[in-house]
Design a protein around this ligand. Sequence first.
Ligand code: PRE
Length: 263
Amino acid sequence: MNFTKKNFTLDHIRQELVRLEDSIIFALIERSQFQKNDIIYKCGGINIKEFDGSFLEYFLHELECAHAKVRRYTSPDETPFTTNLPDSVLPPIQFPKLLVPNNVNINDQLMKIYINEIVPKITDEGDDGNHGSAATKDCHVLQLLSRRIHFGKFVAEAKFNDPLLQPKYIELIRNKDKCGINDLLTNLAVEEKLLRRLRRKAAIFGAEIDGDGIPTLKEEDNKIPLDVVCDMYEKYVIPLTKVVEVEYLLERLKYYPSFVPEF
Ligand SMILES: O=C(O)C(=O)C[C@]1(C(=O)O)C=C[C@@H](O)C=C1
């Protein structure tokens, strides 16, 4: 995250969301090379000494412990899935204060959707024994999706600071009108453009290039089904981003008018 006063605009924040699409598509392609390996998602499916949970939860916690030690979760654009994380061994950084203090974290919801709705659609049923590899790829997808979805906080802050819309947001927040806030922050034209772009990207990134350098653009040969990527965004990624935006905005008023983003 590298925001300055000049680039903390809705356009710039949206550019980061666009960039994340590339990483998410590639990460999904990576996960899809392994079978579902259901056992890694089942509590106690793989026996781990002194750990009560699934192998994926175990691995994610270990990974987050290592990342916490190098300051990952002190950054306002990073949200952990697990708790009881160690302190950083690096000295604290003073990040620009762009968001109001908040505990918005919907990673539990994301985790359930990922395991129950996304994994079954991007993998073949079965167990190929690649449990560590599958969990490694899962963690990568989950961390990217979490970052994308929680970026909604920055989107919401930028929207709240729009002088034309601010009075309307304030009124809706005062009334705790979640549906009204959701309607006001929704921009269907942006969503439609996103879905069209995503489909095209998934087709290009998932194409095979033959020996003559010619891409095979037949949809059925694509490394990741295009509908799956678009459906995932339409049904889960965009709606969850909006949930984060609404939850953040509900917190926002406590700090109005004292808080202004600081760089
Ligand atoms: O770009 C925005 O305005 C956002 O709020 C982000 C986002 C998205 O998740 O991509 C969510 C809601 C809007 O309807 C459009 C797009």
